[in-house]
Write a protein that binds this ligand. Structure first.
Ligand SMILES: CC(C)(COP(=O)(O)OP(=O)(O)OC[C@H]1O[C@@H](n2cnc3c(N)ncnc32)[C@H](O)[C@@H]1OP(=O)(O)O)[C@@H](O)C(=O)NCCC(=O)NCCS
Length: 168
């Protein structure tokens, strides 16, 4: 299967919102997705199929040297083909290149597929938020990938917080 990872644009929003409705009980609306795109500290990617349709997408929010994965979803027919791994891989390379301290996310306790995905990529369980989700009510497991060299600025380097939210 051929697909390309490209930055999400306003043109992708209706299809991404449809994937949200397909995948989540409390989906992001088109308005929320547009707000995410408009936020200069956020970035989002889509996997586009050969015909230009959206197969999956992922978003991240960067605050100083902290990265928060906001959403990852792949259309059911295109799962287990490495799309989520590819999407997150772009964020991981961005995080390493920009010396973020960590990438983190919340996932439903019962979401075995997503937990297996994050574990396979090296995320570790870092805690739990009790009753974080509704429909149904459920704990969130916090999963985090740390970038241990982030604090090592090296001799003579500027250790001021870096500009974030751009360059993906
Ligand atoms: C979770 C999700 C994004 C994974 O997307 P995907 O493109 O199918 O994942 P990938 O193909 O990149 O999987 C990479 C690895 O993750 C693990 N993994 C992914 N889905 C899995 C599943 N259903 N069961 C077990 N392991 C799984 C495997 O290790 C897999 O590697 P492998 O296929 O070589 O064994 C997808 O199932 C989805 O959209 N779910 C609904 C939305 C959702 O729950 N999003 C996460 C919110 S926190």
């Amino acid at each position: 299967m051929t697909y390309h990872i490209v930055p999400m644009t306003a043109d992708h929003v209706p299809e991404v919102a449809a994937i949200e409705r397909q995948c989540f009980p409390d989906p992001w609306s088109e308005r929320m997705l547009r707000e995410h795109l408009a936020n200069e500290c956020s970035a989002a990617l889509v996997a586009e199929g050969e015909d230009g349709s959206v197969l999956g997408y992922a978003g991240v929010l960067v605050v100083l040297d902290e990265g928060y994965i906001t959403n990852v979803a792949v259309r059911p027919a295109y799962r287990r083909q490495g799309i989520a791994k590819e999407l997150l891989g772009v964020f991981h390379r961005f995080a390493a290149a920009n010396r973020l301290s960590f990438l983190t996310l919340e996932v439903r306790d019962s979401n075995a597929a997503a937990r297996a995905l994050y574990a396979s990529l090296g995320y570790q369980e870092a805690g739990r938020r009790r009753n974080y989700y509704e429909h149904p009510r459920e704990d969130a497991v916090i999963m985090t990938m740390t970038f241990p060299d982030a604090g090592d600025t090296g001799e003579g380097e500027d250790s001021a917080p870096r500009e974030t939210g751009r360059g993906l």
